[in-house]
Write a protein that binds this ligand. Sequence first.
Ligand SMILES: [Zn+2]
Length: 373
Amino acid sequence: MIYEHGLLITVDAERRIIGDGAMVVRDGRFAAIDKTATLRERFPLEQRIDLKGKVVTPGLVNTHVHLAQAMIRGCADDMELLEWLGKRVWVLQGNYTEEDGRASAELCILEMLKSGTTAFVESLLAERYGFSGIAEVVLRSGIRAALAKIVMDVGTYATKTGWMHPGMVEDRDTSLKNTLAMYDQWNGAGNGRLAVWFGPRTPGGVTPELYRQITALAHERNMGVTVHLAEVASDRKFLQETYGLSPARYAESVGLVGPRVLLVHAVWMAAAVQTWVEVRHEIDELLDSHRAQAAALLVVQQAGEIDEHGPGIDAPTLHRYAPKVAFQVFHEGQLVLRSANAPAQPMAGTEREGQPQFRTVQIEGNDLSLIHI
Ligand SMILES: [Zn+2]
C-alpha cells in the first residue's frame, strides 16, 4: 500500500518535512518514506491511496489520562477541583465495578484512537476498576499505554481530611503489593506496548516514606512513576505547611525526579503571583541538578494547563510565546509547539549554554517551532 501526495512531518534523524510525500506500508510497518515520485518509481505495483491536502504526523502522545472519567464526563462541570472530586467524581468512581472500569477504558481508548493518539499514560488506576480487564482492552485496541496503578496510605487530599469517598480509599500494603503483581503480570505485554507504572496519589494521600519506597522500587525495576503535583493552590500550601518545602523541592526530597518520573499539572510550582519566568526558574533548578525528562514533561504539562488555570500564571507572557499551544512530546526531552500564528520565539527560560535551543520551520504559512529543553 502506498499513501501518496501528503505533507509528511517526520521525526527521523534529519527531521525531514516532505512536501508531496509518500509512505509505503507493508505488514503494518513503514517500508519506505520519500517523495511521491520517487516511491512510485520504486514501488510501481502498490495499491495507492491519495493523501492530497492532508498532513501526516507521528501519532499523538497523551501524557495524562484518567480512563475511568470518560464514562462520567459532563456529570460535574463548573466546580472547583476538590469539590468536584469530593462531592461528585470520587462518589461515582468509588462505586465503579470492574465492568464499569473496563467499559470506560474502552470508550476513552476509542476516542483517543479516533483523534490520532497512539500512546497514553493513565495516571491513577484504582484497584476497583480491575487492572487486568483494562490491560486486555489496551492490548486488543492496538494502542500503546503506560498504566499507573494507585498507591496510597492516607485517605486525604492535601488539606482536606476525610474528603475521599470510601470506595476510593486503598491501603498501603494492598495497593503496593498489587501494583508489583500487575507489573510482573503485564509489563512489556503486547510486544512492549504495555508498561506498568506506579501511580501514587498526591502528597497528602501518600506519606514521604511511601514515596521513597515507591521511587526505590521503581528504580530497581526501571518502572515509571507519575504524580499529580501542585495541581491546586492547596497542594502548595499543604507542602509548605507540612514539610516547609516548595513542590519542586518536595518532589526532589522523596526521589520524584529523574528520567522515570512524570509530574503532571504542576500549576502551582511557584507562589501565587508569578510570571512564567519565575515558574521556569524553579523548574530550571531541577533541570540543572537532574536534566531529567521529568522536568521536560513537566513543562509540557504546564504549558497545557496554564491557559485554563489563569490565576497562577502571567497569562500574557504565556500567550506571547505560545498562543493556542498544542503540544506533543515527539521523543524524549523534545517539545514541539505548534501554532497557527505563533511568533518564532523560544519560550522564556529555555536558553541553555552552548546548545541550539530551537529552530523554526515554515509550513504553508504556519510556524512549527521545535524546542529542545
Ligand atoms: Zn489527573
